[in-house]
Every structure is written in C-alpha cells, then in structure tokens.
Design a protein around this ligand. Sequence first.
Ligand SMILES: *[C@@H]1O[C@H](CO)[C@@H](O)[C@H](O)[C@H]1NC(C)=O
Ligand SMILES: CC(=O)N[C@H]1CO[C@H](CO)[C@@H](O)[C@@H]1O
Length: 465
Amino acid sequence: MPPTQSLKEQHVAVLAFPFGSHDLTILSLTRRLARAAPNVQFSFLSTAKSNDSMFSAFKLDVPENMRTYNVEDGVPINHVFSGNPVKRLELFLKATPGNFMKGLDVAVLETGRKVSCLVTDVFLTFAADMAKGMQASWVPLCVAVPYNLSAHVYTDLIRRLYNHDGGEANGANFRHQNLDAIPGLSAMYVTDLSDEILPRDSKETLFSCMLSRIGYVLPQATAIVMNFCQELYTAPLLDDLKSMFPNLLNVGFLTQELPPPPLPPSDSDSTGCLSWLDKKKSKSVVYIGFGTVATPSGDELVALAEALEESHIPFLWSLNDNCKSRLPTGFLQRTSMYGKIVSWAPQTQVLGHASTGVFVTHCGANSVFESVANEVPMICRPMFGDHWMNGRMVEEVWGIGVRVEGLVFTKSGVLKSLELILGHEQGRKMRERIRSLRELVLKAARPSGSASQDFKTLVETILNS
Ligand SMILES: *[C@@H]1O[C@H](CO)[C@@H](O)[C@H](O)[C@H]1NC(C)=O
Ligand SMILES: CC(=O)N[C@H]1CO[C@H](CO)[C@@H](O)[C@@H]1O
C-alpha cells in the first residue's frame, strides 16, 4: 500500500477526563494535532456537559478532520447532587470504561476507520489495556506538573516509606517530612501530597485506585505527552522521568498560546473585563480566580473581601454568582469605584493585560502556567489535589509567588501577601524571576525550540502508529 493511502486511513481517538481543566487541555492538544496532521481523522470523546461548556465558553473552531462525540457521564436521570463535587467524579468513573467503549464504537462506525492510536488523559489508566485490545498505540497526556506524575508513578514506594499510621501527634510530624527518598521530589513534602496518595482515612476510592495504576501501565505507552516545558524541570526530576520513559515529550503549555497573542479589541470582550482593565494603571490590579471546581468557604471569602476593601487595591474577581451572596453586606457598593466582579473572566487575556499585577489563585496547574506565560506573580491558596505541590513549586522552587499564611485566607494574611508582591523588594525579585521563566517558555515554543521539536516528534509518532 502506498504510504499516503495508509496515512489517510488513520484514526486517532482522544479520551478526555472531564474534570477541572483536564478536558480543555486535551482538547487543545487535539486541535493542534488535527491541524498538524490534516490527513488523520480525530475523534474527541468527552461528556456532553464538558463538551458543551468548552465549546460555548471558548467559541472554539474545530478543524475539519476532527469530530466530537459525547459519552455518558454516569449520572442517573433525575439525580440530585448533594453539593459534594467528588460525587460527579465517582459516578463518571463507575461508567468507565463502558461509556468510552460505546463512544468509540460510534466513532469507528461513522468514520469507517479502525482506531490506530488512543490519546488519553494519563489518569484514565484503563486506556492502556483498551489500546492493547484494539491493537492501537497509547499516548497518555499528563496535564498536571511533572512532580505530580512522579508522585503517582512512585505511589507504592511513597506509601511504604511515608505512610505512618499512628496517633495525631505522630501524624503531624511525619507530614512535615521531606520526600527526598523519591528521585526528583526533594523539593516536596509529605504534606503536599493529595489524598489519593496517602488517604487521610486510609480509604481507597475509585479515583485513587485508578491513579495508583499509573506507574504500572505507563511502560505500555508509545509516548507520554507533558503539558510542560523541558527547561522548567529540575535536573533530577527530568533525568529520573526520562530514564523510565525515554519518550517523554514536553510540548509546552497547552491552554496558553505561545507567545501570548495580542489581546482582542477590548470592546469585543462581552464580560467587560478588558475595557475595565484599560482604565487602570500598569500592574496595579489584583485578579482573583479559582477555576471551575474550587471555591473557598464563606469565612474565607469574607476575609478576602475585607482585605481587598481595606487595601483599596483595584481588583477584578471572577466569582460564581451563587457565591456573591456570601460576601459582606454592602461590599459590592462600597468597592464599586475600584472593584469589579464577574461570573466568568477570559483568564488568559486578563493575565495578559498590562494592568494586571498579581493573581490570587487556587494553584491549578494551568492557572500557574498561564500566569508564568504572562509574567504575573501569584498569591496561592491551594484547595485540593495537585494544588499543594503547585503552591510549593511557585513559592519555593521558582520563587514567583507566595502561599497565603496558614494556607487559608485571613484578612491579615491576604494584606501581607498583597503588600509583599505589590509593594516590596521581594515582589520585584519575583517579577524578575517570572520574566526569566517566561523567556525560557517562549524560547521552547519557537520553531527550533524544545517544545516545538517534541510536538513534531509526537505528530510523527502518531503518523507511524
Ligand atoms: C495530581 O493531579 C490531579 C489533578 O490534576 C489530582 O487530582 C491529584 O490529586 C494530584 N496528585 C498529587 C499527588 O498531587
Ligand atoms: C457530539 C456532540 O454533541 N457534540 C457537541 C459538543 O458541544 C458543542 C457545543 O454545544 C456542539 O456543537 C456539538 O454538537
């Protein structure tokens, strides 16, 4: 068969993990791949909820060689959610892998092509066997930082070395232990690990079981895609991961176009954020956004609001409508001269605006990456999962932000952090460091840079599969 014909037959199926910004990240990868490999057919599978919210919020164009398929989310009809965000995740996990199998059947029938390569979130560990069964190659994507991948690869060892049962007193001590027995994790501490690694109540969940298989299945991957840049690793971490997985491909930050494109005309932004920012002084505004899943408690929202009011620093706050009622009475009116609250903000554009001076964030990986790409230092309030490691990385490894005192918002803690970043010599140093990180990232994204080269290798890997 002539090679061009075989290329045309290729069909890459992409399975998303529809939580946090994992789906948006793998969608962004898929669109880039589809543009780079126009002869390959791409099928993108996620839940209807995830699919709808991504396509409607970001007005994304979809390349012609890519189709979207909805898979079941496992939520029973008329199900009423208690408000616990983990429930949705559990229901979804129970529906896997059957829901994806069904979706794949439809995609194969519609395209008339058997799947040659399965690109999936690395958390969907069942995909390794699924790919084997279909005689397809498996290419997992790691959305979180490499420290996170390492913690999941070494889960068994971490549990053996650091899982001290015992009384509270004992517990408090071991949580402050350094993870230097794990190659590449010496900057991290036991307390930075999420519940999935060391469950506080020793209970495994469907999610922790799935994640604990990462280390076992990754050797089956044809290549591993990292939402990261090679230049940003510490040497021991990169060496260790590369020694286990030679085909580790660092393709750059996937939710952030690099270099950040010029901002659109402010009046085209229907949220009004950009035109509001236009009227503010350079680097004077604090932008607050906690992503789609995390919300601080009522007390913390109040403490944050009080700090903003007392400081009189201009602020732009992306806050869910149903959280607004938890703000202090009269807060919105009293701060209307220098504050703006929106229910959704075009985050990468807000971070790219010259007026934005600091980002108050939950420290989701993509938020941190977007902040680096746009040179905005951070105040971190980690909430769950990978946020603790990310916060540690921002403050101690990279020195480009601080975690709030005590890891919860208090009025005095927020005021201190704001003052440190906006008014202090230390803040100036952070800005210098974040500028040099950004330089590395932009360099990696140039055509001859490491991220572009790794992306090229990825495309070739897929074409050869
Ligand atoms: C790794 O990241 C995911 C979210 O992206 C999170 O759910 C998980 O808990 C993280 N693991 C660690 C050890 O931080
Ligand atoms: C298969 C499917 O339903 N895809 C949908 C994903 O969401 C966008 C936006 O709502 C729709 O246009 C697609 O049809």
